[in-house]
Write a protein that binds this ligand. Structure first.
Ligand SMILES: [Zn+2]
Length: 203
C-alpha cells in the first residue's frame, strides 16, 4: 500500500513544520518540573535553580546548579542542561542548530549574565544557519536581583551587542513565588561568610 503524501517523518523540515510555541498551561507544567529540580538542588546544598530544555514535548536536558558539588563556578543549571542537549544531539546524530531552534528553556530563576550570554551565542549559531523564528527561547520564574542578565542587572537578550551572538526572547514571572521561596530558604541557611560584594559594571 502506498503511503499517503505529506506524512513523511524524520526530516528536519517535518520537525520544523510540526513546531508550535507551547501553550501557557504546558509552560506551567514544565515549570513545575523545573521547580522539582530546583528543590533537588536545595536538598544538595546548592543554590536552588533548576531548568529543563524541552524539544517537541521531550526533555533533552535537565539541569540544576552544581557549583558546590563540582567546585566549578560556571556549572549553573543552564550550562548543565545545554551540555546535555549537545550530548543528546551527538548520540542521536542530530543537527544541533535544528534541535536548539525548537527547544524552549524553562528555568526557575532569571538566567545570570553568563548564562544569558551563552544563550545569545546559541541563538547566533541558529541565525548563521538562517533558522530564526520568534519562539520564546527562555521562560523563567523569579528575577535574579544579584546577577540577572535578562533585565535585573543587565539586559543581555535584547541589548545591542554586535559581537556577542544574537538577541533572543525571554518571558519571566512563571511560578515566581515558589522559585523565590526556595531561594529564601537557601540563603537563610547559608553560611553568613559568603561573599557579599556586588560589582555592578556599566553597560
Ligand atoms: Zn547562570
Amino acid at each position: 500500500m502506498e503511503p499517503e503524501p505529506g506524512t513523511g517523518t524524520g526530516t528536519a523540515a517535518a520537525a520544523a513544520a510540526a513546531f508550535r510555541p507551547p501553550e501557557r498551561q504546558e509552560q506551567e507544567r514544565w515549570m513545575q518540573r523545573a521547580l522539582g529540580t530546583a528543590k533537588e538542588a536545595l536538598e544538595n546544598g546548592e543554590v536552588p535553580v533548576g531548568c529543563l530544555m524541552v524539544y517537541q514535548n521531550e526533555i533533552l536536558g535537565q539541569g540544576r546548579n552544581e557549583v558546590n558539588e563540582t567546585k566549578n563556578a560556571t556549572r549553573h543549571a543552564e550550562m548543565v542542561a545545554i551540555d546535555q542537549v549537545l550530548e543528546w544531539c551527538g548520540q542521536k546524530g542530530r543537527d544541533r542548530a535544528e534541535v536548539f531552534e525548537h527547544t524552549v528553556l524553562y528555568v526557575t530563576v532569571e538566567p545570570c549574565i553568563m548564562c544569558a550570554a551563552a544563550l545569545r551565542l546559541l541563538k547566533k549559531l541558529l541565525f548563521l544557519l538562517n533558522l530564526v523564528t520568534d519562539i520564546p527561547l527562555v521562560v523563567f520564574g523569579c528575577q535574579n536581583e544579584r546577577f540577572g542578565g535578562c533585565g535585573s542587572v543587565l539586559n543581555i537578550p535584547t541589548d545591542d551587542l554586535q559581537h556577542s551572538g544574537a538577541p533572543f526572547q525571554c518571558i519571566g514571572g512563571y511560578r515566581a513565588e515558589e522559585a523565590v521561596e526556595l531561594l529564601k530558604t537557601f540563603y537563610k541557611a547559608e553560611n553568613p561568610n559568603a561573599p557579599k560584594s556586588k560589582v555592578r559594571k556599566k553597560q
